[in-house]
Write a protein that binds this ligand. Structure first.
Ligand code: 5GP
Length: 216
């Protein structure tokens, strides 16, 4: 099993288009990837970006501090709480949510511009945000990234040294809530191998019509 973070570190640069896999075709559609903290959403998205630079992935705003190896405009736009408040007041977010003590939001206009231009767009967001998008854009495709098992998720979350231990426990509690919501999604991908999970996700991003099936 390839551990998340091993093969495609978050922030891996996209390959040059000449090295890319086949282009993503068909009509533009929005795909929402969600799933519990530490399931490997960021790593799967890094692999998607690397293999398919033509897929456009929204860069969220967050009030959380950058982790080592994270850069402004790559993983997130890192904004102050007052700036986030202002963006909320301006209606600049398609959705936003508070998660484990920080706020996260999807800038509205870039997503709408990409979809209008026929470019498939992907959001990597938590459950509350996914629910808001489902309300706003029910035609979007909702993909749940699941861990191979609860024990494995616990190991990844508690073992991850990027947050203080109390934050990790809070995220583990939240992960239980997020796992219970799997049935709200159109498709589940199990992240037991990052490259395979990324390929399955790209297949879904390319698929012209909503699917209701479970991938393992
Ligand atoms: P992290 O702090 O680990 O980068 O992210 C915490 C959670 O926030 C993850 O589940 C991630 O998918 C989610 N997230 C990232 N960006 C957004 C966003 O724009 N909106 C929402 N609702 N969640 C987000």
């Amino acid at each position: 099993m390839t551990p998340p973070g091993g093969e495609f570190p978050a922030g891996s640069p996209a390959r040059e288009p000449s090295e890319a896999g086949p282009p993503v075709g068909g009509p533009a559609r929005l795909t929402v990837l969600s799933g519990p903290s530490a399931v490997g959403k960021g790593t799967v998205m890094a692999a998607v970006r690397y293999r398919h630079p033509e897929v456009w992935v929204s860069v969220s705003c967050t009030t959380r501090a950058p982790r080592p190896g994270e850069f402004e405009g790559v993983q997130y736009h890192f904004v102050s709480p007052p700036d986030f408040d202002q963006m909320v007041a301006d209606g600049a977010f398609l959705e936003w949510a508070e998660y484990a003590g920080n706020r996260y939001g999807t800038p509205r206009q870039p997503v709408l511009d990409k979809l209008a231009a026929g470019v498939p767009a992907v959001l990597e967001i938590e459950l509350q945000g996914a629910r808001q998008i489902k309300h706003l854009m029910p035609e979007a495709q909702f993909v749940f990234l699941a861990p191979p098992s609860w024990t494995e998720l616990e190991r990844r979350l508690i073992g991850r040294g990027t947050e203080p231990i109390d934050v990790r426990w809070a995220r583990l509690d939240q992960a239980k809530v997020e796992l219970d919501a799997e049935d709200e999604f159109d498709v589940t991908i199990v992240n037991d191998e990052v490259g395979r999970a990324a390929d399955e996700l790209v297949e879904l991003i390319r698929s012209p019509r909503p699917t209701t099936r479970k991938l393992t």
